[in-house]
Design a protein around this ligand. Structure first.
Ligand SMILES: [Zn+2]
Length: 678
């Protein structure tokens, strides 16, 4: 299940080169130089708060967007790079096996001479197996083998907590197998989408030619891949349909799985994946697996070979020699996201290392860059925000006392993951070697696939983290009823121990409020205190909630994201509920923190309330390439930065009051048009 997070876009490349420089340039928690006071706060608050910064900022050539998240990520990366350089230098001599693995992985990635010299040879064995496929059972077996390396042709077979009994972990089969970011890319009829599809087919052909196919064969294979993936796209559920947790829950006995997908020899499949035949699986999208099954039964085996070869190459290309890496970059980053140049090698390798062995890298990171004091401060803030939410729940006029009682229970049961895991992941069974990088990448992927499937049929381990410690992000997991704030985000501009409370509540406080509110958004509210999907709301409460949510959905749908593309109000509903609720709750908690004190004196001419809202706006400062903006409108459940700033404040009377906006101005909706849920 895709988990709602604060931001989900890929964070990437280089500006700072050492932690010393990073510290010197650490962002001010609230920087008046970022503002554009020629714009009225009541006209366009995002521009007012960030216009100065936007005017002087350019997106680095190797990034699809640039903003406060990326600036902070760069600082974290500069610190991590030092750790990795040292680990790579000591990879043969380190006595700590984890540090040796860290060094082997990163070191093999950085060894560009070896990567170039090896070319495609490290994949010869895997490509040979695919070339030898002649029968449908062999197609299935080759597919399972790739899936075991986290190349995901066809579908995804993985573990998940059972949504209706979250204390146990079960196996799940879900849709996958597309080479472009979403089903819409295959199905939308507009000419821009048509052009992208032509680019994609050409890209597949180029990659296959690089791998040795002649032009005619590569062109044929490209067409076959497109046909296959279009069929899968048609059978795929949309992202917004998947926001309904009931719609992706179909606990299925193995006998029924065989009936749903008779062409797949399931016992052989499970054996290939190294797991015992499970009693049940969750078929997240039954129509998809039926369509895949019929393709397995009917599409020519030669087409399947092309499709499997393509997916192996596409997943491995960034780890192969430059011809492959550059072609992968050209389509995925330049065509799809508008990025001009590749990130420096160390950054690509750092991200891959964070992805592969992030809880080894994270240990080294938090030792140097996270203090118990930061954790204490964050916990205190979480408690204040929770108390404020509790108070607001009590005051709601649209929710019944019975539902409120259960909501309190859920709120009180929310678990906090702050900084880094209490128990680190065990990497002892991960085997890396001094060998070409792509082989270590496949080893790490296979380790992760096995680790994931080993959880099936076991009690759910709620202590597990879904984000690595240096990550600049935060999340709520509805199945755990947990919020997560990695060490990486607990720094300026989100949280600054030296800043005034207004700024910390508008930044980190609103982020905490956002994540807690996810437990009660259109999706999260369907899960109870234990993380079980259960109808704990009575129907009149559900109606009242949905009516309010629909207003927010319509508001979002009126906002132009890029060109003529509007925000998808349904897809972004959960995030928009969380942004509005999180900001309201954080503001309430800020006001509560002032009780019994006098109003703080203005700082740099700005009142406490003004600084609170400006802090929220300034964490969203960013510039984005239009290509990437178009991609995010389609695939990202979060709205664009300007909307995340202006959408919530336009519904909050305290904002209008703080900046003297009159009802009916763009940032101050009339009372009849305002929406408030929490
Ligand atoms: Zn979120």
């Amino acid at each position: 299940m895709p988990l709602p997070t604060l931001v989900r876009w890929a964070l990437a490349a280089l500006v700072l080169s050492s932690p010393a420089v990073a510290a010197a340039q650490q962002a001010k928690p609230l920087d008046p130089a970022n503002m554009d006071t020629t714009c009225s706060a009541c006209e366009n608050f995002y521009q007012y708060a960030n216009g100065g910064w936007i005017g002087r900022s350019t997106i680095p050539g190797d990034r699809p967007m640039w903003g406060s998240f990326h600036e902070l990520q760069d600082q974290n990366f500069a610190a991590l790079r030092q750790v990795l350089d040292q680990a790579a230098a000591n990879r043969r001599s380190a006595s700590d096996p984890n540090l040796r693995k860290l060094g082997l992985f990163y070191g093999s990635c950085m060894d560009s001479a070896r990567v170039e010299q090896a070319g495609l040879r490290p994949l010869a064995g895997e490509l040979g197996r695919i070339a030898a496929v002649r029968t449908r059972p062999q197609v299935q077996s080759a597919m399972a083998r790739l899936q075991q390396r986290q190349v995901n042709p066809g579908f995804l077979f993985h573990s998940t907590p059972d949504a209706k009994q979250s204390g146990r972990t079960i196996a799940e089969i879900s849709q996958a197998g597309l080479g472009m970011p979403d089903r819409d890319y295959y199905l939308k009829p507009d000419s821009a989408s048509e052009t992208l599809r032509q680019e994609y087919v050409a890209h597949v052909g180029r990659m296959l030619r690089l791998a040795g196919e002649d032009s005619a064969s590569a062109a044929r294979s490209g067409g076959a891949v497109m046909t296959m993936e279009t069929a899968l796209a048609k059978a795929s559920m949309t992202l917004e349909a998947q926001r309904d947790p009931e719609a992706i829950y179909h606990l299925t006995d193995i006998a029924d799985l065989r009936r749903a997908a008779p062409a797949i020899v399931w016992p052989a499949y499970f054996k290939d994946r190294g797991v015992a035949v499970p009693a049940q699986v969750n078929l997240a999208q039954p129509d998809f697996i039926r369509a895949l099954d019929s393709l397995l039964a009917s599409a020519p085996v030669a087409d399947w070979r092309a499709y499997l070869r393509w997916h192996l190459l596409a997943a491995s290309a960034p780890a192969l020699s430059s011809a492959f890496a550059e072609e992968s970059f050209r389509f995925n980053s330049t065509v799809l996201q508008g990025v001009k140049e590749m990130q420096p090698r160390w950054r690509r390798c750092l991200e891959a290392t964070d992805n592969a062995v992030g809880e080894i890298l994270g240990q080294a990171y938090v030792r140097k860059h996270f203090t118990p004091d930061a954790k204490t401060r964050a916990l205190e803030m979480v408690r204040n925000i929770q108390a404020e939410f509790r108070g607001r729940l009590g005051a709601l006029t649209w929710m019944s006392p019975a539902t409120k009682a259960k909501a309190y229970r859920k709120l009180d049961a929310i678990g906090n993951k702050i900084g880094y895991p209490e128990r680190w992941r065990d990497y002892s069974r991960l085997e890396l070697q001094d060998q070409p990088y792509v082989l270590n990448l496949h080893r790490a992927n296979a380790f992760e696939a096995r680790r994931d499937l080993a959880k099936v049929n076991r009690p759910t381990d709620r202590s597990e983290w879904g984000m690595t410690p240096p990550t600049v992000n935060a999340s709520y997991n509805p199945l755990f009823n947990h919020i997560t704030f990695p060490a990486g985000i607990m720094q300026p501009p989100f949280f600054d121990p030296k800043a005034d409370d207004a700024v910390n509540y508008g930044g980190m406080g609103a982020v905490i409020g956002h994540e807690i509110t996810h437990g009660f958004d259109d999706e999260g509210r369907q899960f109870d205190a234990e993380g079980n999907l259960s109808g704990w709301w009575d129907s009149s409460d559900t109606r009242a909630f949905s009516g309010r949510a629909q207003v927010l959905e319509r508001q979002a749908g009126g906002f132009v994201a890029v060109d003529t593309m509007r925000v998808n109000g349904k897809l972004t509903l959960g995030e928009n509920i969380a942004d509005l609720g999180g900001l309201l709750i954080a503001h309430g908690a800020y006001r509560r923190s002032l009780e019994g004190k006098s109003e703080p004196a203005p700082i740099e001419g700005l009142t406490g309330d003004q600084r609170f809202f400006l802090a929220w706006a300034q964490i969203w400062r960013s510039t984005i390439r239009p290509e990437f903006a178009r991609m995010l409108v389609t695939v990202d459940p979060h709205g664009p930065a300007a909307y995340r700033t202006n959408g919530p404040v336009s519904n909050i009377p305290a904002f209008a009051q703080a900046f003297g906006c009159k009802a009916g101005e763009p940032m101050a909706r009339k009372e009849s048009e305002r929406v408030q849920i929490w």
